[in-house]
Design a protein around this ligand. Structure first.
Ligand SMILES: NC(=O)c1ccc[n+]([C@@H]2O[C@H](COP(=O)([O-])OP(=O)(O)OC[C@H]3O[C@@H](n4cnc5c(N)ncnc54)[C@H](OP(=O)(O)O)[C@@H]3O)[C@@H](O)[C@H]2O)c1
Length: 145
């Protein structure tokens, strides 16, 4: 069965994206979302959830900028129970723990990274408190705020 979707990378086009979503002609959207770029949280994700649309997240690692440097291990200690092992997995798990998100598509040229990233697709997920706490993540050398 085919699924018709719509995508745009720029918040400048989100109003138009929302207009198409409202027609009922698409079943899925693909939008940018990560701890640094949260523009979709305001209107797009709530509208997608309300309409039951599938959500694919592009640029989940901030086009690589977020994944490049990892915070010190003790900065992530409060989340260890959530069973991720690397910084990239933590960033992906943060996204996939949002119930409005169905799929994240990190790009990689590395088989190792592909394996590492795929493991973030398994539960357990972050609960709301952990997700709120970790939303302070910005760069690998920052601590959550
Ligand atoms: N529909 C649209 O308008 C649109 C626009 C932009 C992008 N996209 C799609 O979205 C997807 C992802 O976008 P993106 O490539 O821009 O951003 P991204 O997935 O956020 O970042 C990719 C970068 O992250 C690095 N990376 C991946 N896994 C890593 C890991 N485990 N540890 C450290 N670094 C890691 C990759 O480097 P390595 O190669 O070294 O792993 C690559 O430089 C692609 O499929 C793209 O086609 C769609």
């Amino acid at each position: 069965m085919g699924v018709l979707g719509i995508t745009h990378y720029s918040p400048a086009a989100f109003a138009e994206l929302m207009r198409v979503m409202a027609t009922g002609r698409v079943a899925q959207i693909q939008v940018p979302y990560n701890v640094l770029d949260r523009a979709v949280e305001t209107e797009v994700l709530p509208a997608a959830a309300e309409r039951g649309l599938g959500v694919i997240v592009m640029q989940p690692l901030g086009v690589g900028a977020l994944a490049r440097r990892s915070p010190p291990p003790d900065a992530l200690r409060p989340l260890r129970a959530s069973e991720f092992h690397t910084w990239a997995q933590a960033l992906l798990k943060w996204l996939l723990s949002d119930r409005r998100v169905h799929c994240a598509i990190p790009a990689t040229s590395s088989v190792e990274h592909m394996r590492e990233n795929a493991l973030a697709g398994d539960p357990p997920w972050l609960d709301e408190d952990a997700r709120r706490w970790s939303s302070g993540w910005r760069r690998g050398d920052d601590r959550p705020t």
